[in-house]
Design a binder for this molecule. Structure first.
Ligand code: NAD
Ligand code: APR
Length: 230
């Protein structure tokens, strides 16, 4: 039974060298979100969208999980079946650090999806718009990523886990993208203790019962040590 639900965002992967979205120099300060992260942008220029994710896939493949990812994997090993990570991140650093209960609500860069029939498969390092679907052969390959205007994955199961959680922790997320930004309220209403672990106060810091600020590689292992002592 899940007791601890952990929401992670781009901030947990920042110290592994993957850029965040909204910090100074973040991804959305360099790219037009409407062109590279919406179904309409993909319809207009699929090659540009693939180029954007091909570069991010390469960066992520070269990145190494940091002490924050490792600490969450340690927590799951110590409390089998009781720890769930819900991540907005499309990288696989949680899995590579050893976490197994990880739900990717915004999809994964390592997977491809057919826009025609919905089949999914392991993405090659470099995807092209005319790559044929292995199931239906349509040249409609897209990254298996949830774009703006699309509905995130696993939502019913996530809300159920939030209602049952004793502790809800948000790590490295600015609290500016919904529905993830409302998870703190969903969990808090259902009685969970809510904790923010972020470099700086997020937009939703006021919704948390407790907040600790600093680099994830320091404050996440410290929190995990505390959890393992009780
Ligand atoms: P949004 O607020 O437009 O919602 C997306 C869809 O989900 C809408 O159709 C909305 O009606 C529905 N929805 C939202 N909350 C709901 C709820 N509680 N119950 C039922 N339906 C609900 O969201 P958005 O800002 O367009 O973003 C969509 C998602 O895609 C976000 O989670 C975002 O982070 C993600 N995204 C990922 C990337 C990426 O590059 N990885 C880029 C852009 C967006
Ligand atoms: N340690 C902890 N937190 C950090 C660190 C760090 N080393 N570096 C940055 N942060 C914090 C920032 O202070 C910021 O609050 O991480 C947060 C990152 O916020 P965003 O860039 O907005 O990323 P995120 O919240 O994951 O974005 C949500 O937006 O575009 C979409 O789909 C994309 O999943 C993403 C969603």
């Amino acid at each position: 039974m899940t007791k601890i639900v952990i929401l992670t965002g781009a901030g947990i992967s920042a110290e592994s060298g993957l850029g965040t979205f909204r910090d100074a120099g973040g991804i959305w300060t360099k790219y037009d979100l409407g062109e590279v992260a919406t179904p309409e942008g993909f319809a207009r220029n699929p090659a540009l969208v693939h180029e954007f994710y091909n570069a991010r896939r390469k960066n992520a493949a070269e990145a190494i999980p940091n002490a924050a990812h490792a600490a969450l994997a340690r927590l799951e090993r110590a409390m089998p079946g009781e720890v769930l990570i819900v991540t907005q991140n499309i990288d696989d650093l949680h899995e590579r650090a050893g976490s197994t209960a990880v739900w990717h609500m915004h999809g994964q860069m390592t997977r491809a999806r057919c826009a025609a029939c919905g089949e999914t498969w392991d993405a090659p390092m470099a995807m092209r718009p005319d790559d044929p679907c292995p199931a239906c052969a349509a040249p409609a390959t897209r990254p298996d990523i949830v774009w703006f205007g699309e509905f995130p994955y696993h939502m019913e199961a996530i809300w159920e886990a939030l209602r049952a959680a004793e502790i809800f922790v948000a790590i490295g997320t600015s609290g500016s993208v919904y529905p993830a930004a409302a998870f703190v309220q969903d969990a808090g209403r259902a009685g969970a203790h809510t904790l923010e672990l972020n470099l700086e106060p997020s937009e939703t810091v006021g919704d948390f019962a407790e907040a600790r600020h600093g680099p994830a590689s320091e404050i996440v292992p410290a929190w995990v040590e505390e959890m393992l002592r009780c």
